[in-house]
Design a protein around this ligand. Structure first.
Ligand SMILES: Cc1ncc(COP(=O)(O)O)c(C=O)c1O
Length: 384
C-alpha cells in the first residue's frame, strides 16, 4: 500500500530541517533573577513571597476569586476533588480521552471513574449531547442526587478536560450538570490562557486546575494550582494541601488527614516569571497555529484541529487528524516523522483501554477509540 501521508511528512521535513522538540519551555524573563532572590534570602521551601505573588497573578489572569498553588497539577486535582466533596463510593464522570492524572486523582479519592465519550469536533472534549442522552438512560434522581441505576452509587461530578488547550462546551455541560444534580469540575491543566465565551476556563464550574509541568504553556518546573470562586472550597483546598495544620506559630495540630501538596517558593519564582510572559507566549502560540494552517492548506487528507466559535484556544499543543487512519498507519507515521528528529506524539491511549481502568463503567466510547488512532501532536514550542 502507498503511504498516504507523504505530503504531510514532506511539508514537516521542509519546515523543520533540524531536530525539533514537542513543547519545550522558554525561560527568558525574570526566572533567574527571582530564583537568585530565593537562594540569597533562604526562602526556598513551601512559604515565601513568590507563592503568594504566583497565586495573585493566577487570580488576575483567570478572574477566579481564589487560587491555591500546589506541587503538581495532579496534586491540584486530588485537592480539588476532595474539597468539592468527592467521597469513597462516588462515581465521577470524565473523559477516557485524557492524560491519566485526571482519572488517577479520582482513584486517590477511592471514587470510581465513569467514562463518557468525546465530541466528534476539534475540541476532543466531553460531548454534551451524548452526555445528556446517556445520563437520561442510566440515572435516577433521588433527593436531587444523581444515582447510577445499575450500581446504586451516586454520580457526584463531571470532570471535563480542555484537551490540548481547547475549551469544551462549558455552558451546555453546566446546564446538564445542574439538571442532574452533578458538580462540574474543570481539568484545565493544559488550558491556561484559553477562554470560553470570553470567560477564562477553569472558572466555570465548582473549581478548576492548571498544571505548570515543564511541557505546559508556562512552567514552574513542576507545579499546579486550584482555582475557584467558592470561598469554602478554597479554604478546604488550602487546609488539606498544607497537611490540615491548624494555624499556630509553633504548635503542630492537624484536624484531619491532610497532604503535603504546597508549592515551593523556588517553583513559584519560576512560575511567576513565566506568567509575566504569558501574553507574549499566547501571541507566539497563535502565530505558530496560523503558520501550521498555511503550511497544511494544500494537503487534503489531514486537518489541523482549530478553534470552535465558543472558544479562544491557547494553542498549547497543535494537533492534526489524519483522515482514514488506523492504529498501524498511525504508528508508521509517528515512526517516519520521529526518525527525522521531528518530535511528534500520538494522543494518549484511551484510559478505558488501560489495565487499571478497563473495568470502570463507561458509555459508548466510539469517538474516543477512533480519535486516539488518528491524532498526532506537532512541535509546538512557542519559540519555533
Ligand atoms: C489533562 C492533564 N491533567 C493533569 C495533568 C497533570 O499535571 P502535572 O503533570 O502537573 O501533575 C496534566 C499534565 O501533565 C494534563 O495534561
Amino acid at each position: 500500500m502507498i503511504f498516504p501521508y507523504a505530503d504531510f511528512v514532506s511539508v514537516l521535513e521542509k519546515r523543520f530541517p533540524q531536530r525539533v522538540g514537542l513543547c519545550e519551555p522558554e525561560l527568558k524573563g525574570n526566572e533567574l533573577k527571582y530564583l537568585t532572590e530565593c537562594i540569597e534570602t533562604g526562602w526556598v521551601s513551601t512559604a515565601g513571597k513568590f507563592v503568594t505573588a504566583f497565586e495573585d497573578k493566577i487570580k488576575e489572569i483567570s478572574g477566579a476569586k481564589y487560587a491555591i498553588a500546589t506541587s503538581t497539577g495532579t496534586s491540584a486535582l486530588h485537592t480539588l476533588y476532595l474539597s468539592a466533596g468527592i467521597e469513597p463510593g462516588d462515581e465521577v464522570l470524565t473523559q477516557s480521552f485524557t492524560f491519566i492524572a485526571t482519572v488517577n486523582a479520582i482513584s486517590y479519592c477511592n471514587a470510581t471513574p465513569h467514562f463518557v465519550d468525546i465530541a466528534d469536533n476539534s475540541t476532543l472534549t466531553v460531548d454534551p449531547i451524548k452526555l445528556k442522552k446517556y445520563l437520561t438512560e442510566i440515572c435516577l434522581l433521588k433527593n436531587n442526587q444523581c444515582i447510577n441505576k445499575k450500581t446504586g452509587n451516586p454520580i457526584k461530578a463531571l470532570v471535563v478536560m480542555h484537551t490540548f488547550g481547547k475549551s469544551t462546551q462549558l455552558k451546555e455541560c453546566k446546564n446538564i450538570c445542574d439538571e442532574f444534580g452533578i458538580l462540574l469540575i474543570e481539568d484545565a491543566a493544559e488550558a491556561l490562557g484559553t477562554k470560553y465565551l470570553g470567560q477564562h476556563v477553569g472558572t466555570y464550574g465548582a473549581g478548576g486546575v492548571f498544571s505548570f509541568n515543564g511541557n505546559k504553556i508556562t512552567t514552574c518546573g513542576a507545579g499546579g494550582v486550584v482555582v475557584t470562586n467558592d470561598q469554602k472550597l478554597a479554604e478546604t483546598a488550602r487546609h488539606i494541601s498544607t497537611t490540615a495544620k491548624k494555624p499556630h506559630p509553633y504548635l503542630y495540630n492537624h484536624d484531619q488527614v491532610g497532604y503535603n501538596y504546597r508549592m515551593a517558593n523556588i517553583n513559584a519564582a519560576v512560575g511567576l516569571a513565566q506568567l509575566e510572559q504569558l501574553p507574549e507566549i499566547l501571541n507566539k502560540k497563535r502565530k505558530l497555529f496560523q503558520s501550521y494552517k498555511n503550511l497544511f492548506s494544500d494537503i487534503n487528507n489531514i486537518s489541523l484541529l482549530g478553534d470552535q466559535e465558543w472558544s479562544t484556544a491557547n494553542h498549547w499543543l497543535n494537533a492534526v487528524e489524519l483522515q482514514d487512519c488506523n492504529h498501524e498507519l498511525l504508528l508508521e507515521t509517528l515512526k517516519i516523522i520521529n526518525d527525522k528528529s521531528i518530535s511528534v506524539r500520538p494522543a494518549w491511549t484511551p484510559i478505558h483501554q488501560l489495565d487499571p481502568y478497563s473495568h470502570c463503567p463507561q458509555s459508548n466510547l466510539d469517538v474516543t477509540s477512533h480519535k486516539a488512532n488518528c491524532i498526532i501532536n506537532l512541535p509546538s514550542s512557542s519559540f519555533i
